[in-house]
Write a protein that binds this ligand. Structure first.
Ligand code: MLC
Ligand code: AMP
Length: 514
């Protein structure tokens, strides 16, 4: 008997959920529809093109393009070719992209036509052999390069531990780290979420999230693909289009800002949600007010879950009411197969109801930081738990013992509209500006983005700072979501006896300045 090992390639896993009838619609945009056969043949052509470059499997493809169905097919093609996908936020500027390309050394870089003039020389300098473009309407040099490539491709065999993607997450030191996710990480999480959230082939997902992060790509898009469910594909959050499409959808996912903006529109009501069965929120804390207002307005309860680039999803409030209630302010119990614990500084579990460091373990947890073995070691305990940098509580008054609540962060991180901003990075740029002695960057409450970025700067002796000019300069250097919405000037930063800046005091002082 000949045993053929199953292919653990994430594409093969997703494909197992595709419907038998490949002529049915998989994804629709305002302009056109794509069938499951389109997904198979377009991703085949792209995978064949990647293979034809001659670079070995395991090579990286860095992608900084606007959201489009073709961008999703490119991700799938990367999996099929056995390459490693490296998505980049479209807001990143040249200096930010330069760091990622230098660190990951991709063999292929795909950018937009508009960015080609700076991106191509940058990519070549870092060793990329091929630079092509992809536009939001599906045009660009990549599509021309595909001409003549076959519409069928044998998905390359990959094992559970082979790399599928690298997601860069900023570090508290200001230097970004590439979280290495394996095919096994992605498939275990996708299968778990399919079962837990009751994904069905007749689901219709309203997809409005960006696809360069875990939430939009691995949780939302892969969830629909694995279920063989249709996606209504919008380029971004657009409340007008969302209100038009929601009544024919069954599932939506978003960061809290998506729900805040839906609720801000009086037309959003029970009728808009008449076919919906699931609203998922994550990537940032969902305020209890939003949770409650949503329930009052629609009769539906948002399901909040908790994840990270390094781990995909860790916990989820229950989907099935028989398994428990969805509770505001909590992110629910650990997903099946995932272990979560809350510990003190010595890595020993704290008592129920007490706050501590959240640590996770399971098949969802990444393989380490790209080319940073020491950083990787530092982020895992001796017995293999990953230190999330979040502060949490298990249980508490009136809360089941296995429900986790995220109550803070030990990492100095701001989450604005679902995007992470590391103060250290912004402070480094501010401190290098003429006339600046030092700076402190903090998150302050913001009604739309949850938190927004604010900078407190101290001028050098005798220097006069032009705060508006500084903000304008920051916009040319940093992705827009990182640029402080407010900059204030002070004579000195508050420090404790150890000389450490007391950001808590600044946050209290400026809490109402968003
Ligand atoms: C845009 N801007 C932001 C911003 N997004 N500023 C702060 N925070 C943000 N998130 C800037 C714009 O460039 C503009 O600047 C101004 O703020 C107002 O823009 P807008 O038109 O209101 O913004 P919009 O384009 O509507 O985008 C807002 C948003 C978007 C919330 C829809 O940011 C978004 O889609 N966020 C989702 C992020 C996400 O997917 N996160 C998942 C990470 S995965 P100016 O200067 O031009 O006026 C993860 C793991 C997990 O964390 O658990 O899921
Ligand atoms: P990222 O590094 O972009 O993947 O962001 C991951 C971080 O987002 C986590 O470490 C948490 O701090 C935060 N996060 C994700 N989901 C939630 C949630 N539901 N509630 C609170 N914080 C969350």
């Amino acid at each position: 008997m000949i045993l053929i090992a199953a292919n653990d390639n994430m594409y093969a896993v997703l494909q197992s959920g595709f419907p038998d009838d490949r002529r049915s619609v998989a994804l629709e945009t305002a302009e056109r529809s794509y069938t499951w056969q389109d997904i198979e043949s377009r991703s085949s052509q792209m995978a064949a093109w990647l293979a034809a470059t001659g670079a070995p499997a395991g090579s990286r493809v860095a992608v900084q393009v606007d959201k489009s169905p073709e961008a999703l097919f490119l991700y799938l093609a990367t999996l099929r070719a056995g390459w490693v996908y490296l998505p980049l936020n479209t807001a990143y500027h040249e200096a930010e992209v330069g760091y990622f390309l230098g660190d990951a050394e991709p063999a292929v870089v795909i950018c937009t036509e508009a960015a080609r003039s700076w991106c191509e020389p940058l990519a070549r300098r870092h060793g990329a052999q091929h630079v092509e473009t992809l536009e939001s309407d599906g045009g660009g040099s990549l599509m021309r390069a595909l001409e003549g490539q076959p519409g069928v491709f044998d998905t390359v065999h990959r094992g559970q531990d082979d790399l599928a993607a690298i997601l860069y997450t900023s570090g508290t030191t200001g230097r970004s780290k590439g979280a290495m996710l394996t095919h096994g990480n992605l498939s275990s999480n996708a299968r778990t979420l399919k079962a837990c959230w009751g994904w069905r082939p007749d689901d219709v997902l309203l997809h409005m999230l960006p696809i360069f992060h875990v939430h939009g790509l691995f949780v939302a898009a892969q969830g629909a693909l694995l279920a063989g469910a249709r996606m209504v594909w919008l380029p971004r959050l657009d409340i007008e289009l969302a209100l038009a499409q929601l009544p024919r959808c069954t599932v939506m996912m978003g960061v809290p800002t998506y729900y805040v903006r839906l609720l801000a529109d009086p037309r959003f009501n029970r009728e808009s949600c008449r076919n919906m069965r699931l609203f998922v929120s994550g990537s940032a804390p969902l305020l209890a007010d939003t949770f409650n207002e949503f329930r009052d307005r629609t009769g539906m309860t948002i399901l909040e879950r908790y994840g990270m680039s390094e781990t995909n999803m860790n916990t989820s409030n229950p989907y099935d009411p028989a398994r428990g209630e969805r509770l505001a302010g909590t992110v629910g119990p650990a997903l099946p197969g995932v272990a979560v614990r809350v510990v003190a500084d010595d890595d020993r579990p704290v008592a129920a109801g007490q706050p501590g460091h959240v640590q996770v373990r399971g098949p969802n947890v990444f393989a380490g930081y790209w080319r940073m073995p020491e950083k990787t070691r530092a982020e895992f305990t001796a017995d293999g738990w990953f230190r999330t940098g979040d502060i949490g509580v298990l249980g508490g008054p009136g809360i089941p013992h296995d429900y986790l609540s995220i109550v803070g962060r030990s990492k100095d991180l701001i989450i604005s509209g679902g995007y992470n901003v590391y103060p250290k990075e912004i402070e480094g740029v501010l401190d290098a500006m003429p006339g600046v002695l030092e700076s402190a960057v903090i998150g302050v409450p913001h009604p739309d983005f949850g938190e927004s970025v604010m900078a407190v700067v101290v001028p050098r002796e005798g220097a006069r700072l032009d705060l508006a000019a500084m903000q304008a300069r920051l916009k040319t250097l940093l992705a827009n979501f990182k640029v402080p919405k407010t900059i204030v000037e002070v004579r000195a930063l508050p420090r404790n006896t150890m000389g450490k800046v007391q950001k808590n005091r600044l946050r209290e002082q400026y809490a109402s300045r968003s």
